[in-house]
Design a protein around this ligand. Structure first.
Ligand code: G3P
Ligand code: CA
Length: 306
């Protein structure tokens, strides 16, 4: 683990190194085809284990968010589920980055000083590949890149991890649902094993979630937000998960979600975000959530017993 951590200055090197490392006990379970309750369709009704822990933007408390280094760090810590954010470049490449501009997490202002406001959608993939997406986080991560979705999927696969993929700001990228599904298919992520156990696609946009469900009804989907309880049945028609902010939920809300069946006929699930401390992790665990999305997956695991 430490050997690879020392190599994080090169995202490409990290990705290659991950191929050489042995899996964890969790990986052994995965290779044996053990179902994961957070995948939506696999858990028995009424299952109440410790919540599944999702590494938010990778293990983003410890490595620059949405980089290969962040998914490798999650793997080092023993976490199989990683969350990311997908947007689209000017020339149509899907890339993994959270903000709709590149200022906070790259050196774009230095590399392209005349290109304000530095929107993701205004840069080509080749231009984005020139950016340093690691130095803002720490010198050990200098040279990390904004990954394309293709590169990112290879990294997740190399680690035998699972992906909670967020389509970010789809209103800026018409048709991004189809593009995302195409890239997933080309990378082998729409094969049965991946779809059944290793992939969830989520968005804050109900229209985007619905589009994914309509185009690939087999894919597990999640809606990011806290719909009114009375409105939950309409969401359940096309999604398997309601994934709300931890500040908006209660035990009553989680019970109301769980009372419904999702798009695949299984209990509608709740994965809440972004919970980074032990007290709040235990609070939402007490509400009965199925999953916790966190920058500090080790902290949440220790607090909730998974
Ligand atoms: O997965 C939940 C979470 O990522 C949603 O918020 O802003 O971090 O994408 P955000
Ligand atoms: Ca996200």
């Amino acid at each position: 683990m430490n050997t690879r951590a020392a190599a994080v200055a090169s995202a490409a090197l990290l990705s290659a190194t991950a191929l050489l490392l042995p899996g964890t006990a969790q990986a052994a379970d995965r290779s044996a085809g053990a179902p994961d309750p957070s995948a939506g369709a696999a858990a028995p009704a009424g299952h109440r284990g410790a919540p599944t822990v999702f590494a938010h933007r990778g293990a983003s408390a410890y490595a620059p968010e949405n980089t290969i280094a962040a998914i490798d760090k999650a793997d080092d810590l023993g976490f199989d589920w990683v969350e990311n954010d997908v947007q689209r470049t000017k020339d149509g490449e899907l890339v993994v980055v959270h903000d709709t501009d590149l200022k906070r997490t790259t050196d774009v202002e230095q590399v392209f000083p005349d290109r304000a406001p530095w929107k993701v959608k205004d840069f080509t993939a080749a231009e984005m590949a020139r950016l340093d997406a690691g130095s803002w986080f720490g010198p050990a991560f200098a040279g990390a890149r904004v990954p394309t979705l293709k590169q990112y999927l290879r990294g997740v696969d190399a680690n035998h991890q699972k992906l909670l993929l967020e389509i970010k700001a789809p209103e800026l990228y018409p048709g991004i649902e189809r593009d995302t599904l195409r890239v997933l298919r080309e990378a082998g992520w729409l094969k049965r094993g991946h779809v059944k156990h290793r992939l969830v696609v989520q968005s804050f946009s109900a229209a985007s979630v619905r589009a994914v469900h309509q185009q690939r009804p087999d894919v597990t989907t999640g809606f990011l937000g806290t719909p009114a309880i009375a409105d939950l049945p309409s969401y359940a028609a096309y999604t398997d998960q309601i994934n709300p902010s931890n500040t908006t939920i209660s035990a009553e809300y989680v019970r109301a979600v769980h009372a419904l069946k999702g798009a695949h006929g299984k209990r509608l699930r709740v994965n809440t975000w972004t919970v980074n401390d032990a007290a709040n992790a235990r609070r939402v665990q007490g509400y009965g959530v199925d999953g916790i999305i966190t920058n500090n997956p080790d902290v949440v695991r220790d607090a909730t017993g998974r």
